[in-house]
Design a binder for this molecule. Structure first.
Ligand SMILES: Nc1ncnc2c1ncn2[C@@H]1O[C@H](COP(=O)(O)OP(=O)(O)OP(=O)(O)O)[C@@H](O)[C@H]1O
Ligand SMILES: O=c1ccn([C@@H]2O[C@H](COP(=O)(O)O)[C@@H](O)[C@H]2O)c(=O)[nH]1
Length: 239
């Protein structure tokens, strides 16, 4: 399957991208612009499922490294952060005229639907955007792994990681300005080179499920549609 034939996409949005320039966890203008971008992708004919990270709120590994809290508890807090971001994106999508519903891997029935595969497929078939919250529901994982897992479950054609950088580089471009961007990589290469734009578990699951991953910048104008249509730079990780 080539990019031109992709129809159902799991968009992994950076949580960090929601942050306001002054460091506040959520900027409502950035949120609306992301929702408008997703709305444009649905109008272009893509079926969209969303996983949003929690890097603007809590990263469990970093928090527990300080020593006062254990990793599973910090990760639980991280998963709750992704629910907050998911409810925010659901609200912004509905305001942009796109029916959206949040489904959480962590059951909280007074707040949103609990994730289950068949109802999620049904919502997607009806043209709704499903926002998949709470990661995998387990500590020691990331929302990148959750994105690949849900993409495989929900018969998505690809995962789009819309992040802070415009692709996968030979090293973290924020720390190594001389790093070189790859246009294309195999899953094996991404794992062997230990390219930390996504965790190894996510790449390994994508390899097993033969899922392509497009990595590109969330900051490009109309980034989701432009990335899916190959109009802006990205890296495609594919079998
Ligand atoms: N080889 C690499 N190529 C590209 N980016 C890399 C690489 N290694 C590390 N990175 C870093 O990975 C980051 C993106 O991944 P990460 O999941 O941490 O952030 P995110 O997409 O903002 O997610 P969230 O905020 O939701 O956790 C980039 O900002 C970049 O600095
Ligand atoms: O399956 C999961 C997904 C996430 N977490 C925790 O949430 C934070 C935020 O997610 P990011 O992918 O880093 O944006 C993550 O650091 C974990 O602490 C989790 O435990 N399980």
């Amino acid at each position: 399957m080539t990019m031109a034939t992709f129809r159902r996409i799991l968009v992994k949005l950076s949580g960090e991208a929601l942050m306001a320039p002054d460091g506040y966890w959520l900027d409502s203008q950035i949120l609306s612009s992301l929702a408008e971008d997703l709305a444009q992708a649905t109008r272009a004919g893509f079926e969209i499922a969303v996983v949003i990270g929690g890097g603007n709120i809590i990263r469990g590994a970093r928090m527990s490294a300080a020593g006062w809290i254990d990793r599973p508890t910090a990760d639980s807090m991280g998963m709750l952060g992704t629910v907050m971001n998911s409810l925010a994106i659901e609200t912004a999508l509905n305001a942009a005229g796109v029916p959206a519903r949040t489904m959480s891997a962590v059951s909280m029935p007074t707040i949103c639907e609990t994730y289950a595969r068949q109802p999620a497929l049904h919502h997607l078939d009806k043209g709704q955007v499903v926002v998949l919250a709470g990661g995998t529901g387990n500590p020691f994982f990331t929302t990148d792994t959750a994105a690949v897992l849900r993409a495989a479950e929900l018969r998505c054609d690809a995962v789009l990681k819309a992040t802070q950088v415009d692709g996968v580089y030979s090293a973290d471009p924020k720390k190594h300005p001389d790093a070189v961007r790859f246009d294309r990589l195999t899953h094996d290469e991404a794992i062997a080179k230990d390219l930390k734009v996504m965790d190894t578990a996510a790449f390994a699951l994508a390899r097993e499920s033969r899922l392509s991953i497009i990595v590109g910048s969330v900051h490009a104008p109309s980034s989701v549609t432009a990335l899916l249509q190959g109009k802006v730079p990205s890296t495609v990780v594919a079998p």
